[in-house]
Ligand binder design. Structure first.
Ligand code: ZN
Length: 166
């Protein structure tokens, strides 16, 4: 799930991005406190009115060993990694699909190293072949993102306030 509220640990370390809805639940349950808010975006419920959270901090420390932090591979996170760009033709305008470099039918894994964003045209053209067999060139070597945080958030809602906590 890709969200646009940055969650900090009690120690102010970055933990995750979550949806606004989840952030509000944490705030209402007093499991988190707002650190940065968007004063231009007021939220209203029947009884309450408050500024839209941009960064929240958990009240209680959560122990998350860095090695165990695994970035979920989803259509959204993969397309974020690939900059919303078809990795074969460079198209950024159309809808993107996930292409398995070594096709799944031939044992290709659904992994960061074997999946790339591809436009419908390129995905169809490549079909059940490897890029070499289809005479198509990959723009990048697919790999696991080195900075999961750059992938987790919804880029359309990028907020420079987040960079203070990088
Ligand atoms: Zn393409």
């Amino acid at each position: 799930m890709v969200g646009h509220v940055l969650v900090l640990n009690a120690t102010y370390q970055r933990l995750n991005f979550i949806s606004l809805q989840r952030a509000i639940v944490l705030l209402l349950k007093q499991k988190a406190e707002p650190i940065e808010v968007d004063v231009s975006a007021q939220l209203h419920s029947e009884r309450l009115s408050f500024d839209s959270p941009v960064v929240i901090r958990l009240v209680n420390y959560v122990h998350v060993p860095y090695e165990r932090f695994t970035l979920p591979l989803s259509r959204r996170t993969l397309i974020n990694r690939d900059n919303h760009t078809c990795q074969f033709c460079g198209d950024t305008s159309g809808p993107l699909t996930i292409d398995h470099v070594l096709p799944r039918s031939r044992g290709g894994a659904t992994s960061w190293e074997n999946c790339v964003a591809a436009c419908l045209h390129c995905n169809h053209r490549k079909g059940n072949r490897t890029p070499e067999e289809a005479h198509m060139r990959l723009h990048t070597v697919p790999r696991r993102p080195s900075d999961p945080f750059s992938i987790l958030y919804d880029r359309a809602r990028h907020n420079e306030v987040w960079e203070k906590y990088a």
